[in-house]
Design a protein around this ligand. Structure first.
Ligand code: ATP
Ligand code: MG
Length: 170
């Protein structure tokens, strides 16, 4: 930290257009309040991006489901897995977001239960394996297995006046 500080200070002293009230890297008129305000705004927007946007959560959950379906279907085949498509249609009254995949659909027998909390075909292994592996910041994110992805998405969609429909084709 000390070495970096000295290097920055040295480099900044040669800055031909120094910012006002600065001697090198050192701000001689710094407002702790402004710094605190900026820092808290940054933290807030990061938190909002992470937790606040329900639309982000909904698309995230749907794409996760699609990825899993496609991956499980094509994992042992020589074919290249087909892409997941997202179409956003901006209508006069509605915005529709369609997420489609070629993962094979949901068996008819399972369809009545997909909006039930805790219904999942992922079994325990997918989530446990995931929790054991460390993949950086996604460490605690589970690919599938809780069985609340779809019901929670529909709940948010309906809460905000929309809906979530699942159309499955084998
Ligand atoms: N695009 C899809 N293609 C095939 N099956 C799907 C698809 N989306 C959902 N499913 C089926 O519906 C089930 C319920 O989905 P849901 O997202 O609610 O739970 P999950 O993905 O198993 O777990 P999680 O709560 O971690 O999302 C899945 O286990 C899967 O069997
Ligand atoms: Mg899911």
């Amino acid at each position: 930290l000390g070495i970096r500080m000295l290097i920055w200070q040295h480099v900044e002293l040669y800055n031909p257009n120094p910012p006002p009230n600065c001697v090198g890297y050192i701000h001689t008129n710094m407002s702790p309040m402004n710094v605190a305000r900026n820092a808290s705004e940054d933290a807030r927007s990061m938190c909002y991006r992470e937790y606040g946007t329900h639309l982000h959560l909904m698309v995230f959950e749907l794409v996760k489901n699609s990825l899993r379906a496609v991956q499980e279907r094509f994992m042992d085949s020589d074919e290249v897995a087909p892409p997941i498509r997202i179409i956003i249609a901006d209508g006069i009254e509605d915005v529709t977001i369609k997420v489609s995949d070629e993962g094979g659909g949901i068996p008819r027998s399972g369809l009545p239960r997909i909006f039930t909390y805790l219904y999942s075909t992922a079994g325990i292994s997918l989530s446990v394996e995931h929790e054991l592996s460390d993949i950086g910041t996604m460490e605690n994110v589970t690919m599938a297995g809780y069985g609340y992805g779809l019901p929670i998405c529909r709940l948010y969609a309906r809460y905000f006046g929309g809906d979530l429909q699942v159309i499955s084709m084998e």
